[in-house]
Design a binder for this molecule. Structure first.
Ligand code: OVM
Length: 394
């Protein structure tokens, strides 16, 4: 079977501004496509994306999960010990981080997170009109997550720019990459400092990571870089996940009515909103050997971009995929990845969205989009800069 060649560039501004407009072309061309513009393979159908994510021995992460092949190019920063590694190192680091990022420690913070969500909801009710990005989606994760890690107070304004720069760096060295890289040096320096043991507060996930170093599960240097993973992956992802969750309920008011009638559905809403509009749109793998994908051979040493957002709306897998439906069975969605690298912090994201919904359900009868949503272009993230909403109090 020959592999169709496409000329579209999945990292140009037209594509990134509206990836969903281009996904049919990617999915319908074949199970694997050759993307001439970036000299890499692409996979956008759900079955094939999931199969590749499952097969971490053939489709490795250690050569980078962006366009750059770390065996040929210098990585943008020292590689992540979780995201950009393979077993056996990955299993050791992931194993120790699984013991740091526990459900038990989240259970402890739940009451205080809910109180913060309720205070924020009261404020939004009083205003009626607000920006769901700058007044909600950016505010809430920043009000809970850095404290969960035990991060120093000084300099937290670097967190969101650091995430944007990190996620841009998974793409090509295009103008978007340059836009966040040009000013990244002080941000990178701050992050390095914030990850040091001496600058972490006791009782947080940061210090717990260093406790693993004390037990001999990793070195002191590895602990610092593992804390860096929390700061890289923990904010811009949840900010835009919550942004899309609000966009989903404002776009589909019947789903808000349904949630208010059955608040227990709040637990499932984030997964469906990640399926409906995936914050992490793409990640790459590199083939460690000639690889078969549904009868198509990809040669060894190739970069393969997985279109997670396209897989999550593949009509081959999902019924009416463009509809946000909180009763949908979302099992198998790839918005948090799949397999051994599946999102380590997904319980954080779920808890943040759950307490926000729990606070908003009794207070808001409906949301309405009151101005044009504005996208913030990024090489990896489907992100929002602004989402003007109006609410009607309950
Ligand atoms: C990391 C990292 C950075 C960005 C994303 C991510 C989605 C992980 O440093 O480990 O996972």
């Amino acid at each position: 079977m020959t592999i169709p060649t496409l000329t579209l560039d999945p990292f140009d501004e037209a594509f990134l501004a509206d990836p969903y407009a281009h996904h049919d072309a990617l999915r319908d061309a074949g199970p694997v496509v050759w993307l001439e513009a970036r000299q890499c393979f692409g996979i956008a159908r759900h079955g094939e994306v999931q199969a590749v994510l499952k097969d971490h021995e053939t489709f490795v992460s250690g050569r980078g999960v962006g366009l750059a092949d770390f065996s040929k190019e210098e990585p943008w920063r020292p590689p992540s010990l979780l995201l950009e590694t393979d077993p056996p190192v990955h299993d050791r680091t992931r194993g120790l981080m699984n013991k740091v990022a526990t459900l038990a420690s989240l259970k402890e913070v739940r009451p205080s997170w809910l109180k913060k969500a309720e205070a924020l909801a009261d404020e939004l009710i009083a205003r009626r009109s607000f920006d769901a990005v700058t007044d909600l989606a950016e505010i809430f994760p920043l009000s809970v997550f850095p404290d969960l890690i035990g991060l120093m107070d000084e300099g937290r304004e670097h967190l969101l720019p650091y995430g944007m720069a990190t996620f841009n760096a998974f793409g090509p060295r295009n103008a978007l990459f340059e836009s966040t890289n040009a000013t990244a040096a002080p941000t990178i320096a701050w992050v390095a400092k914030a990850c040091e043991r001496a600058n972490l507060k006791p009782g947080g996930w940061g210090m717990a990571t260093y406790a693993a170093a004390d037990c001999g599960e990793c070195t002191e240097e590895e602990a610092a870089r593992l804390v860096r993973s929390f700061l890289s992956a923990g904010l811009d992802t949840t900010v835009n996940g919550i942004g899309h969750l609000m966009l989903a309920f404002a776009t589909f008011p019947d789903q808000w009515d349904k949630l208010r009638a059955r608040p227990e559905l709040a637990k499932r809403a984030l997964d469906e909103s990640l399926r409906w509009d995936s914050t992490a749109q793409t990640f790459f793998r590199t083939t460690a050997c000639d690889a078969d994908v549904n009868g198509v051979t990809i040669p060894e040493g190739a970069k393969v971009v997985l279109f997670l957002g396209a897989a999550n709306r593949d009509p081959r897998k999902w019924d009416r995929p463009e509809l946000f439906n909180i009763e949908r069975a979302t099992s198998g969605h790839v918005g948090l990845g799949f397999g051994i690298h599946q999102c380590l912090g997904q319980m954080v994201a779920r808890l943040e969205s759950e307490v926000l919904l729990e606070a908003l359900i009794p207070r808001v009868s409906t949301f309405r989009i009151s101005g044009n949503p504005v996208r913030r272009l990024n090489n990896t993230l489907h992100a929002l800069k602004s989402l003007p909403l109006e609410l009607i109090p309950a």
